[in-house]
Design a protein around this ligand. Structure first.
Ligand code: GSH
Length: 209
């Protein structure tokens, strides 16, 4: 079945979740009417019946429930092709998916291990930070190789020096990779308090803290 613009669908999750927002943005971009239900992750049977891992987001549709944010965005794209969020060309579509996969596997998943301290007022062990730092370093530096944000002209923002909190304008002397690595490690080990207080409270509730 191809869903129509009158199909009632409900996006379930909570607003601080990046995965939830990824799906919500697809719906908004396409102008699809949808309802939202506030659902927090849990291992309770009623939630597991809809979301097999007890995670959010998930999407209630007339044909049943779907989980996994990337699956949801692909479902939305397939069901409501216009306006298209992917390029028409198959290679360019693959490049978009390559970027999505890269961000998920090599940035989101390692960075997530720092969230308790970065966002929720908890602490993360030194061992975890030491494990995560080289993974994030590799993910961020490879993102700078992979991503082109033209015509938005965001390429400069991904310069390795910028990732390390330095001025990206060409230095007199080339940077020593070890110095950049050390700086990046320090940034990763001292993540900022990125959320507004209210967001942090919601997020902490979601994480059961
Ligand atoms: N791969 C899933 C990840 C979703 C995810 O991890 N969601 C978080 C909220 S942002 C969650 O439900 N966490 C609870 C848990 O991992 O049990 C997706 O893309 O939808």
């Amino acid at each position: 079945m191809t869903a129509t613009s009158t199909t009632p669908i409900t996006l379930c999750g909570f607003a601080v979740s990046n995965y939830y927002n990824k799906v919500k943005l697809s719906l908004l971009e396409k102008g699809i009417p949808f309802a939202e239900a506030l659902v927090f992750p849990s291992q309770k049977e009623d939630l597991l019946a809809e979301s097999p891992m007890g995670k959010v987001p998930f999407l209630r549709t007339p044909r049943g429930v779907l989980s996994e944010s990337q699956v949801l965005t692909e479902f939305i794209e397939d069901s409501w092709p216009e306006p298209a969020l992917y390029p028409r060309d198959s290679f360019e579509r693959a490049q978009c998916r390559e970027l999505i996969e890269h961000l998920e596997l090599h940035l989101e998943l390692p960075a997530r291990r720092l969230y308790p301290e970065a966002f929720f007022g908890g602490t993360v062990s030194t061992e975890t930070k030491q494990e995560v730092a080289p993974l994030l370093e590799k993910g961020l530096l490879s993102l700078a190789r992979l991503a082109r944000f033209a015509p938005l002209r965001r390429r400069r923002a991904l310069h390795p020096r910028r990732l390390c909190g330095l001025d990206a304008s060409a230095p007199d002397q080339p940077d020593h990779p070890q110095d950049l690595r050390a700086r990046l490690h320090r940034r990763v080990s001292a993540p900022g308090q990125g959320l507004h207080k209210a967001d942090r409270r919601t997020a902490a509730r979601a994480e059961g803290q």
